[in-house]
Design a binder for this molecule. Structure first.
Ligand SMILES: [Zn+2]
Ligand SMILES: [Zn+2]
Length: 172
């Protein structure tokens, strides 16, 4: 929670805030997330406008997960940017707008939903260790990035050899 009282509700007044907070639980998606309790650095500009406080800023955090192709652990520093208008809670807003707007609680601003949205929206559904990760060998499961010339002379499993021998007949 950030206190915005210092802005005095004077449109045009601004404040630059830098702070480090522990990451809340479940910040991210299943395959890639910010570990709970790790440090999130926030760099924010709070700006009073007529209806409330406009928050513009960025968050820097470490992401951990695993590559969707080769399952290698990924640990990466990322920056997320966001902007959100928080309206004063005593402002008159029509009922239908209610769910969509962020509100100040008295003059306190809850950053967590904003941070959560910024992180989740920015994450790839299929995180990769490298953009062109070649993944795993379908035959033995070796990580191909570690061994680019990886090849199998002969199928490992005799059952595969049997399938190969059958191939020409299946084509007809
Ligand atoms: Zn990979
Ligand atoms: Zn292999």
């Amino acid at each position: 929670m950030l206190d915005t009282r210092e802005l005095g509700r004077r449109p045009g007044s601004q404040r630059q805030v830098t702070l480090t907070v522990p990451a809340p639980a479940d910040l991210g998606i299943e395959v890639l997330s910010v570990p709970e309790g790790s440090q999130v650095e926030l760099d924010l500009r709070l700006e009073a406008v007529m209806e409330g406080v406009l928050v513009t800023g960025s968050a820097t955090a470490v992401l951990e997960g695993e590559c969707a192709r080769c399952l290698e652990p990924i640990s990466d520093q990322s920056e997320f940017t966001f902007q959100e208008l928080y309206v004063y809670s005593d402002q008159d807003y029509s009922e239908e707008d209610d769910g969509a707007v962020s509100k100040l609680d008295k003059d306190l601003l809850d950053l967590e939903p904003l941070l959560r949205d910024a992180v989740v929206l920015a994450l790839p559904f299929q995180p990769l260790c490298e953009d062109d990760c070649p993944g795993l060998c379908v035959e033995c499961g070796a990580r191909l990035a570690d061994d680019p010339d990886h090849a199998h002379e002969e199928p490992i499993d005799p059952r595969w050899a049997g399938l190969t021998a059958l191939q020409p007949e299946q084509d007809q």
